[in-house]
Design a protein around this ligand. Structure first.
Ligand SMILES: *Cc1c(COP(=O)(O)O)cnc(C)c1O
Length: 400
């Protein structure tokens, strides 16, 4: 292997990686160090919303790197102002804070709602700080966002962790209502649970949540790190249910692959005072220039309709695959979809698909009985057909 002169163990072991090294990517395709090509339905974990190395991001980043990399977050820079203005213009939010990862944006959302709960105290004059989140939800890997996540064991893995998070059940409004106390300040959820296996919150549930949070003077926080930026066929997933949340976080797709995330809120909620929030790289012009390039592309006439159409097409093809191979069905929104296998063969399929020759297929199995698809939003129908054919080949090979 071309890389054997280096020690792969120099990298901290935090996940089991296959012994492959990827060297190039373009659109839906990745190439490894042996020259083998892969059709990529992971796309860097749903971050490459326009595929690998899209020309518009390459051009925007190259131009900005040559012009100004980082004047410091203590000064204004042009790309961050432009991107913030574009985001507020096309959403129900008024203020934007840029960060570098989804977890950091969510950490900011938690801080902002706790601050708001300090300003908007309860009847007894106490600070409100409890946040209701959801079982199986995922919000990141910092101490607070792990506590907010609903993965089994995640709130105690690095104990003592951050207290104040209580877990309800998605699509069960009574389970949320039951958890409201006089210390509750917010409800936080993914409009489509991603890591837990692509489970959409229903329109009805989102509307019930909005009504319930208004009634109790609670903030509604949507974590759109995975489901935002066109992924569902709407620019933002909350738009699917015609509601207006108070706070939203964006990540993954917003940078088209580079580290960029955002915390957005309505003006009434923007209660940080100078010194309470910040970060060295936050809102730097290189990453926000990438964000402008991405958002400009998503806003082109017809782009989001195409995402919806491709999502429908992919859903139909996945349902045909289910009939052919006796699988359980599919679900999702737009181009965030999952295939229900009905048995725990996900990890085996992931491996066999990767090992196909001469072309491999990259898919993800967030749960052993499920495959998840996070293609580029500009994936072609041919690339969807190609993926379905390869999956069918793998299923046949494995005897299903
Ligand atoms: C990926 C993800 C995060 C964490 O984002 P990072 O950039 O990995 O910190 C948070 N919330 C959701 C819904 C995600 O999918």
């Amino acid at each position: 292997m071309e890389f054997s002169q280096y020690d792969v163990n120099a990298l901290m072991h935090i996940t089991n990686r296959p012994s492959l090294v990827f060297t190039e990517g373009r659109g839906m395709w990745l190439t490894d160090n042996n020259g083998k090509r892969y059709l990529d339905y992971l796309q860097g974990w749903a971050v490459n919303c326009l595929g690998h190395s899209p020309q518009c991001v390459v051009d925007a980043v190259s131009a900005q790197v040559g012009k100004l990399i980082n004047p410091s977050p203590a000064f204004y820079n042009e790309p961050s102002i432009v991107l913030a203005s574009m985001l507020t213009k096309h959403s129900c939010f008024d203020r934007v804070f840029f960060a570098n990862s989804g977890a950091e944006a969510n950490e900011g959302a938690i801080k902002l709602s706790r601050k708001w709960g300090k300003v908007n105290k309860n009847a007894a004059g106490e600070n409100r700080y409890e946040i209701i989140t959801f079982n199986h939800g995922f919000h990141g890997r910092t101490l607070a966002t792990m506590s907010a996540s609903g993965k089994a064991g995640w709130d105690t893995m690095f104990a003592p962790q951050v207290p104040g998070f209580f877990k309800a059940e998605l699509n069960d409004i009574a389970s949320v209502e039951k958890l409201i106390t006089d210390k509750t300040v917010a409800v936080m959820l993914e409009p489509v649970q991603g890591e837990s296996g692509v489970i959409p919150a229903t329109r009805e549930f989102m509307q019930q949540l909005r009504a319930l949070t208004k009634q109790h003077n609670l903030l509604l926080i949507v974590d759109e790190v995975q489901a935002g930026m066109g992924r569902t066929g709407e620019l933002f997933a909350y738009q699917l249910s015609n509601i207006e949340p108070d706070i939203m976080t964006l990540g993954k797709g917003i940078g088209g692959g580079v580290p960029l995330s955002a915390l957005l809120c309505r003006e009434e909620v923007a209660c940080f005072e100078p010194g309470e929030q910040g970060g060295t790289y936050n809102g730097n012009p290189v990453m926000t220039a990438a964000g402008i390039a991405v958002l400009t592309e998503l806003l082109k006439p017809g782009f989001l309709q195409e995402v919806k159409d491709k999502g429908d097409y992919m859903a139909a093809q996945l349902r045909k695959l289910c009939v052919k191979h006796g699988l359980d069905g599919e679900r999702g929104e737009g181009l965030l979809r999952a295939l229900k296998l009905g048995k725990d063969i996900g990890p085996k399929i992931v491996e066999a698909a990767r090992d196909l020759n001469p072309i491999g297929l990259l898919v993800n199995s967030p749960r052993p009985d499920l495959l998840r698809f996070m293609p580029a939003l500009n994936v072609t129908t041919e690339e969807i057909d190609h993926m379905i054919a390869m999956l069918s080949e793998v299923l046949t090979k494995l005897g299903h």
